[in-house]
Write a protein that binds this ligand. Sequence first.
Ligand SMILES: [Zn+2]
Length: 267
Amino acid sequence: MILKIVAAITLFSALLSVPAAEILARTSFHGGFHLWFILFFMLFEVLLVLAVFERRAPIFGQIFWKGAPGKNLVALTFDDGPNEPFTSQIADILKEKKIGATFFIVGQNAVRSSGSIRRLFDEGHELGNHTWTHEVLPLKTPARIGDELTRTSDLIEKTTGRRPALFRAPHGWRNPWVNMVARKCGMAPVAWTLGVWDTDRPGEEEILRRTLAGARDGCILLLHDGRGLEEGADSSQLVRALPKIIDELKRRGFEFVTLSEMMGNSG
Ligand SMILES: [Zn+2]
């Protein structure tokens, strides 16, 4: 996906840079500058696209996206909730399997069902911040980003008594201020190792297959109990696949930890 975006932008910028370089060449520069200008422009565009859209890129600041190998740890993370009845169904499964996970909460969704996040917290799961509106951040100012993060952290703290320590941007998209604002709000910016695109609803078997094919030592697995702000978004495929995912990863010898536990084990 990211490679396609980079390829498209590179092509676009190459096309754009030709007339731009032409104009420059005609006004003040000689012809030798032409090619360098195009190359520089293309490189800049590629770096910019990677910085914004590639969740693991350190261009806009370091981000935790995988645990250290050698400890057989896996972290399950669920984004875009709470979204009932699926969040509770996932909590039931985690309780039965006796494992802890991390939920990245969307503030507006939490307003609808604050009881859900209270339960997750009481049962030992970690709650992270996933913005208030789930709008993408790259075009937002530091003040707007700060508002998104603070409102959500305030609500989580009001409901559970604890402020979140982790922040994950919607789709992992960032701009130069996202990491800085997250840290200012007391949170570490985090991404993920493996996404299985479960919100596309590819079927329970496909979710299982993608997860088991990609899961590795130190893996942060991105799953969803909701989808953006969609009320009652159907996450039943994941709910059906989840017990099988957990059982198979346990059989492979992995231990399940929250994201903060994994970060503590990776320092
Ligand atoms: Zn999300």
